[in-house]
Design a protein around this ligand. Structure first.
Ligand code: GAF
Length: 381
């Protein structure tokens, strides 16, 4: 069943009515620039066809009821004073958004909400950010407020940092809220300058799921962030965005090997992202591919966030794509997906190569999708 049909059927089953408002917010795949966002750096995602949809009928003065159709679970709370559920519970993403809206002075209505999505969790494609953005967008619509997309994104990020407890950067929420169809988005995560870069007509983005599921709450993410902050402090800069290779070399004697390696990846990936944006804007997939391969290498060797399955997948994709493009692990890491950039006429061969040589840890063929860059969050009805 199509996502919209599933959402409407679930809403009707839960509340015996049709919703007043429906919104969508996409997941994202990051082409390059990993763990750079919380270092005030650069990233370049596209929004993908997998998304979260929220159906909502507001009712002022009532509790906020939420039916999470994908979990066959529900919630109900006072939208004026949401409290925290157990760590790791999906409820915290919804309640966290409500909490941030209340803090921002929004009079959040209660009512009846249903949520359904097509992004598998733990696959590195930002199911949580799309949930936050979709919930925020629906509640703002109900309150009659027309916030800028970037402000919705930053609210979602605050909800995840302050309420859910993952100290994420702003990449995922900006990708879900601010992208334009047909374009990659170069994000300056400090200034919030956004540059829409038209995807070359003959370029295709392939996502291959490793089948190794990751979770940001496992602590490794927050550890990487602390390591980056330590490296910046040793170099005397506000964030790794402000450091370069020469500064890192000068500080080498004051850094342990791990801290040094973490900083080296971030400094390198910031540079690669800016170069990749220029390459993509010029339709130069060859150069973009070289940069993506290098980004995978530093994720593996310096940042320690790849796993054998994603290393292997990246190797398979890079061998099949050849010099016409490249592939790298995408997202927070420790599993998830690999993203490949290639020419349209290579898609079939690359897909066959992956299916011939890779099986998930469960012994299955990996999920493969070809993504055309989608539009950011929108009100559908
Ligand atoms: C996760 C985080 F949520 C993002 O903020 C970003 O740091 C990403 O990992 C790595 O680039 O998706």
């Amino acid at each position: 069943m199509m996502l919209a049909d599933r959402l409407n059927a679930g809403f009707a089953a839960a509340y015996a009515a049709a919703p007043a408002i429906t919104v969508r917010a996409p997941g994202r795949v990051n082409l390059i620039g990993e763990h750079t966002d919380y270092n005030d750096g650069f990233a370049m995602p596209i929004a993908i066809g997998q998304e979260t949809q929220v159906a909502f009928t507001p009712q002022v003065g009532a509790p906020l009821q939420v039916a999470a159709l994908d979990f066959a679970d529900s919630d109900a709370f006072d939208p004026a004073a949401p409290d925290r559920a157990t760590a790791g519970d999906w409820r915290n993403y919804v309640r966290g958004v409500v909490d941030e809206l209340v803090r921002a002075g929004v009079s959040v209505p209660g009512g009846q909400m249903a949520i359904a999505g097509s992004i598998a969790r733990g696959t590195g494609l930002s199911s949580s950010a799309s949930l936050e953005v979709a919930v925020a967008r629906s509640l703002l619509q109900a309150a009659g407020l027309d916030w800028r997309a970037i402000d919705i994104a930053l609210l979602g990020q605050r909800a995840e940092c302050d309420f859910v407890g993952v100290r994420c950067g702003n990449l995922d929420q900006i990708a879900s809220a601010c992208t334009q169809a047909g374009h990659a988005l170069l994000i300056d995560c400090r200034s919030l300058d956004l540059r829409q870069i038209a995807m070359p007509d003959d370029a295709r983005v392939m996502i291959v799921q490793s089948g190794v599921v990751r979770g940001l709450l496992d602590g490794e993410y927050n550890t990487r962030r602390r390591e980056c902050e330590a490296a910046a402090a040793i170099m005397g800069v506000a964030a790794l965005r402000d450091a370069d290779a020469a500064m890192l070399a000068a500080a080498r004697g004051r850094m342990d090997d791990v801290t040094h390696a973490r900083a080296r990846h971030v400094i390198s990936d910031n540079r690669l992202t800016l170069e990749a944006a220029e390459a993509l804007a010029a339709g130069d997939l060859v150069t973009a591919g070289v940069l993506m391969r290098e980004s995978h290498r530093t994720q593996a060797q310096d940042f320690g966030i790849t796993v054998p399955a994603t290393d292997r997948l990246a190797d398979i994709l890079n061998a099949a794509i050849g010099p016409q493009g490249g592939a790298r692990q995408t997202g927070g890491g420790f599993g998830g997906a690999v993203v490949g950039l290639m020419r349209a006429d290579q898609v079939d061969t690359v897909r066959e190569a992956v299916l011939a040589s890779y099986r998930t840890p469960a012994g299955e063929a990996p999920m493969i999708s070809i993504e055309a860059p989608c539009h950011g969050a929108q009100v559908l009805a």
